[in-house]
Design a protein around this ligand. Structure first.
Ligand SMILES: Cc1cc2nc3c(=O)[nH]c(=O)nc-3n(C[C@H](O)[C@H](O)[C@H](O)COP(=O)(O)O)c2cc1C
Length: 208
């Protein structure tokens, strides 16, 4: 399907994505576009999205995720200063950018929390699904200068940045630069059988 200004993003989902087994449609509806509308995201909506992340499970319920939100022009400019150009070029349109980081130290002072990055990933998953439920779109980006982000946002040494997440409503894909226009498609996935095993790694799941 060609992406035109009036292609509804959910039409792209229906065309590109088919689940092999029945799942909640929201898992297919969440995808990572680059065309954002300038329509603002209300604080209530932003908080609903972050609230979903709050309920993610984590090792020992330590909840190591940390979020730094940029929604003013001034704060968004700070984020754009450390995002790599290939991301900045499109995500500058998104009304909200969120840095997801995690505290790498255990709260009990006993050294490193070895699950902090894993738990931050779960929080990202929850957040992105809640955003999709509300008709918004998220796009995680690992392409940014992590050291610069730490300096600019004043992160403590033990807090590890992972991704910047764009959040907003879908915009007009016709406004994207040419090479990105062609990539504005929900991606598909490998088949289950290529990564699900039974008994030992590499052995196919036996389905009765
Ligand atoms: C940890 C992580 C880092 C990513 N970094 C980037 C990035 O720097 N730039 C980008 O355009 N997309 C980035 N992505 C988005 C992925 O490319 C995208 O999620 C993947 O292709 C699957 O597509 P979907 O999210 O539309 O289902 C990143 C995603 C994750 C989870």
């Amino acid at each position: 399907m060609t992406v035109s200004a009036n292609t509804h993003p959910q039409q792209l989902v229906l065309t590109n994505r088919k689940a092999e087994y029945e799942i909640d449609p929201v898992f297919l509806q969440r995808w990572s576009p680059r065309a954002y509308s300038s329509r603002p995201v209300s604080d209530e909506t932003l908080l609903q999205v972050l609230e979903a992340a709050r309920w993610a499970p984590s090792a020992v319920n330590w909840q190591p995720w940390r979020f730094v939100v940029a929604k003013t022009e001034e704060d968004r400019a700070k984020f754009l200063s450390f995002l790599f150009e290939g991301n900045a070029v499109w995500c500058k349109q998104a009304p909200v950018l969120i840095l997801l980081a995690s505290e790498s130290l255990r709260p009990d002072g006993e050294g490193e929390n070895t699950a902090h990055a894993f738990d931050a990933g779960t929080a990202w998953g929850f957040l992105s699904i809640q955003a999709a439920r509300l008709g918004l779109y998220t796009h995680a980006m690992g392409g940014f200068d992590k050291e610069q982000a730490k300096r600019v946002l004043n992160l403590p040494e033990s807090v590890v940045p992972h991704v910047v997440i764009s959040l907003g409503y879908y915009g007009d894909p016709a406004e994207l630069p040419e090479p990105l226009k062609a990539r504005e498609q929900p991606s598909t996935r490998r088949r289950l059988e290529t990564f699900v095993f039974e008994g030992q790694y590499g052995q196919a799941l036996r389905v009765r």
